[in-house]
Design a protein around this ligand. Structure first.
Ligand code: ASP
Length: 301
């Protein structure tokens, strides 16, 4: 089986002056994941490495660079899923973790559980020797400035429609030489969220899904809309009904818009290794590997 990989760095309005950084960041992530796949590595390792690379990159709203919640704290969500066994690991509303996707992977592999949240997730990370960090290590000046501005807005609430501010959640989907599919998503969530708010990213079938029988997906956009239509599972189910990867991605995004007026983006890999992506926001940052093994990174919009 020819391996392949697709990654995203969020779908929303991506400010023109940050396009080059988004392209560089998604390209570097795709390269890191592709390197794993080309050397016979697993889809799980590839998506973990690709997502970790974007968590380390302050451009994105994941790991370092995450958005601040209403209390000025960073609480992150992440998930990883193995399409071979349907095993999954997820963390939600956890503080002081640089690479939540790694923690999600350890939860998947070393516990009988699928999801750990908040303080319990932190304690588990500590037990497993995953380095905790101070909030300051994850906080970038851009987000402090945004937080201060939002504090001035009376009755601020995130509307269902996209706002001018980007939210650059990251994700990756891959298929390896053995035909195993994996998907992962990681995010700081939406800016100025209530403390304790959990988005779609760590919710199975919403922020990501992977099943060797159909395909894998990772989503980004308005979490409260994505979770209402189980966007990732909806899209992989469409693959299972015989829809092509591109058509399924477009259909799932259309369905979310029609049912809940939701905005977002989705990347997909089907069980034959075809990739697709779709979005109904002004932009989406994506990078993918073509049939010749070349990496393309673009801001679509
Ligand atoms: N889906 C994420 C959330 O709602 C945000 C994003 O994709 O940018 O938490």
């Amino acid at each position: 089986m020819k391996p392949t990989l697709i990654v995203h760095g969020g779908a929303w309005r991506i400010a023109e002056e940050t396009h080059a950084d988004h392209i560089a960041g998604t390209r570097a992530a795709a390269q890191a994941g592709w390197h794993v796949l080309c050397h016979g590595g697993s889809a799980l390792d590839a998506v973990e490495i690709a997502v970790s690379a974007m968590e380390d990159d302050p451009v994105f709203d994941a790991g370092v660079g995450s958005v601040l919640n209403r209390a000025g704290d960073i609480e992150v969500d992440a998930m990883i899923m193995d399409g071979r066994t349907l095993a999954l690991g997820a963390v939600a509303a956890v503080r002081g973790i640089k690479n939540p996707v790694r923690l999600a992977r350890v939860i998947m592999q070393d516990t009988d559980h699928c999801v750990l949240v908040a303080e319990g997730a932190r304690r588990f990370a500590e037990e497993k020797g995953i380095r905790l960090c101070a909030a300051a290590e994850l906080t970038v000046p851009r987000e402090i400035e945004r937080f201060r501005k939002l504090q001035e807005v009376p009755d601020y609430h995130l509307s269902d429609e996209f706002t001018p501010d980007p939210m650059d959640t990251v994700g990756a989907v891959a298929i390896d030489q053995a035909g195993n599919i994996a998907a992962a998503t990681s995010t700081g969530g939406v800016h100025f969220k209530l403390p304790g708010r959990v988005g779609d990213s760590p919710l199975v079938g919403s922020g990501a899904y992977a099943d060797n029988l159909t395909g894998g997906a990772s989503a980004t956009g308005h979490g409260e809309s994505i979770m209402r239509v189980l966007l990732s599972k909806t899209a992989t189910d469409a693959l299972g009904r015989g829809m092509g990867a591109q058509a399924a991605a477009e259909w799932a995004i259309r369905h979310m818009h029609e049912r809940v007026n939701g905005y977002g983006g989705l990347i997909l890999v089907d069980h034959r290794g075809n990739t697709g992506f779709a979005y109904n926001t002004p932009h989406m940052a994506v990078a993918w590997v073509d049939a010749r093994g070349e990496i393309h990174a673009q801001i679509k919009g």
